[in-house]
Design a protein around this ligand. Structure first.
Ligand code: GLN
Length: 246
């Protein structure tokens, strides 16, 4: 049986706004299609074999959670994450997890060293937290589509010259409320400020990740069997309408 090999990083420490719901959704969509879902986790102090996991997930975390995991992540997980991504594994990092993909997160005097896997930096600047419903336009190779969700972050993220955003803000704040970019993408790695339930609100994105993960070992991305996505379409429409209302 085809199997998706999923790995959650720090599921206990990095899971705010039910970011964990994203992988319940991935699992469900695999199971509905008869695709196996092998779920593993790596927490503090634990490394992993990059060849054993095709979809890696890092959820959001408050500043204090990030301080706690950042050093451990750099020490025990940076190399396997890098190896997996370079080898075509898919990775989704949300909010606090997204910030940690970059070079650093500057919080006043304190500098949290990031993984340096994406060319970006995050800083705490004076100003309110960036909170609200958000919609972005993204093209992941299948034509322009809209991703809708919710953001809540104090950090402002600035992409370096070699980084590509995940999308452009239609409504909401995005990376820093200034340059109109949201998230980052490199190879099959995606970082975004859009929280759980990101994937239930954007089922096509969940399927995109599933297809990329399955393709890692099998070559071309498989044609996934369509599902009855009536509820998912409604969830997307309602998230989008909320973002448009501002
Ligand atoms: N701690 C980060 C910030 O506030 C991320 C928070 C989050 O994951 N929601 O910028």
């Amino acid at each position: 049986m085809t199997e998706l090999r999923f790995l959650a990083l720090y599921p206990e420490q990095m899971n705010i706004y039910a970011d964990r719901g994203n992988y319940i959704f991935l699992k469900q969509r695999c199971e509905w299609r008869g695709i196996g879902f092998r779920q593993a986790a790596a927490g503090p102090g634990e490394g992993f074999d990059p060849a054993e996991h095709d979809l890696i997930y890092i959820g959001g975390g408050q500043d204090r959670d990030q301080v706690l995991v950042a050093e451990d992540m750099l020490k025990t997980k940076r190399d396997p994450i890098n190896d997996a991504v370079e080898d075509g594994a898919a990775l989704l990092a949300v909010c606090g997890g997204y910030q940690l993909l970059g070079h650093s997160y500057q919080l006043g005097e304190q500098r949290i060293e990031g993984l340096g896997l994406a060319d970006l930096e995050t800083v705490r600047e004076p100003g309110p937290r960036l909170i609200g419903n958000v919609a972005i336009e993204a093209d992941l190779g299948e034509g322009p589509t809209v991703i809708a969700g919710f953001e809540n972050h104090g950090g402002r993220t600035y992409l370096g010259s070699t980084a590509e955003p995940l999308g452009r803000v239609i409504s909401g704040h995005g990376n820093n409320d200034g340059d109109g970019f949201e998230g980052v993408r490199r190879l099959n790695m995606f970082g975004t400020y859009l929280h759980g339930p990101l994937l239930p609100k954007n089922a096509w994105l969940a399927d995109h990740l599933i297809a990329l993960a399955l393709a890692r070992r099998g070559g071309a991305a498989p044609e996934l069997e369509p599902l009855d996505d009536e509820f998912e379409r409604e969830a997307h429409a309602s998230a989008l309408a909320a973002a448009e209302r501002g």
